[in-house]
Write a protein that binds this ligand. Structure first.
Ligand code: NAP
Length: 248
């Protein structure tokens, strides 16, 4: 932290911080961040961890909370190889849920199992039992199929749309009966969630949480990387800025 907020609230100069970068465009060596989206970070956490964790981790945590208690209940994570999906698998597992993870890339299922998934599927068609709640990062047909897997009273949190496709529900999708009543789909937007700072501090301090592969490059490589298509094989790219006054 280079300069504290003018009202004195939030982290102070010299503190290591983690912050949520919402709606940001472009890159800069310094930036102003609202202290509502800023929290103290542990001194022993890697910069790459602090740079990549906040958005997926707070998203996953808040989305899971919306499902209520998951202890001993089946929770479905669709798009589980995404950063949000991976963290959701880890947090749901720790919350005592039976975690069913769906990821199209079967070569990453073992990794999801290590993170806490009790069952892994390449497609929703092989998910045999219905679920108490679901988090869907993919959208399109996956959202339609996820909704069909909900128990009565269950909810699917739609928070990503990687499929880039329409959701077309069959004629009877919303016909309620004893086994299909009170099911819902809800949208989610992290930027509308209040009071995230404490959770960011909690998540940043948790060194077991894994966002995924992190590809670290010098910020001076940015232009070349974009020129070559800004390829992200799977995971995050962190561009390190060298500060004039800092040794980092
Ligand atoms: N609503 C909110 O508040 C909120 C918060 C955070 C994120 N998001 C959304 O999530 C996005 C980033 O999430 P993230 O960082 O977790 O994702 P990410 O780490 O970039 O991962 C992308 C995921 O999408 C999957 N995917 C891509 N194209 C697909 C397709 N056509 N069909 C099925 N799966 C596909 C990938 O699967 P493979 O591994 O198989 O390629 C991977 O699991 C943002 O753009 C935003 O839309 C929303």
């Amino acid at each position: 932290m280079l300069e504290a907020a003018s009202d004195g609230a939030g982290p102070q100069v010299g503190e290591r911080v983690v912050f949520l970068s919402l709606g940001a465009r472009g890159w800069a060596q310094r930036r102003a961040v609202p202290h509502a989206f800023t929290a103290a970070a542990p001194s022993n956490a890697a910069w790459e961890h602090l740079a990549t964790l906040p958005v997926p981790a707070t998203t996953a945590l808040r989305a899971l909370r919306k499902l209520g208690s998951t202890l001993g209940r089946r929770v479905l994570i669709v798009g589980a190889t995404s950063a949000v999906g991976r963290i959701a698998v880890q947090l749901a597992g720790r919350s005592g849920a039976h975690v069913a993870a769906v990821a199209r890339d079967e070569s990453r299922h073992a990794e999801l199992q290590r993170l806490g998934a009790h069952e892994t599927h390449a497609a929703l068609s092989s998910v045999a039992s219905r679920v108490h709640g679901a988090i869907d990062r993919v959208g399109g047909q996956d959202l339609v199929d996820t909704y069909a897997l909900l128990e009565p009273g269950a909810t699917v949190i739609a928070l990503g749309h990687s499929a880039g496709a329409d959701e077309r529900f069959p004629y009877d999708a919303f016909v309620a009966g004893p086994t299909t009543s009170d099911r819902s789909i809800t949208s989610f937007f992290l930027g509308s969630e209040p009071g995230l700072a404490d959770e960011m501090a909690y998540l940043a301090a948790d060194r077991r949480l894994q966002v995924g592969v992190i590809d670290t490059r010098a910020w001076t490589e940015l232009a070349t990387w974009i020129e070559h298509g800004a390829h992200r094989p799977s995971g995050r790219v962190v561009l390190r800025v060298i500060h004039a006054q800092s040794s980092d």
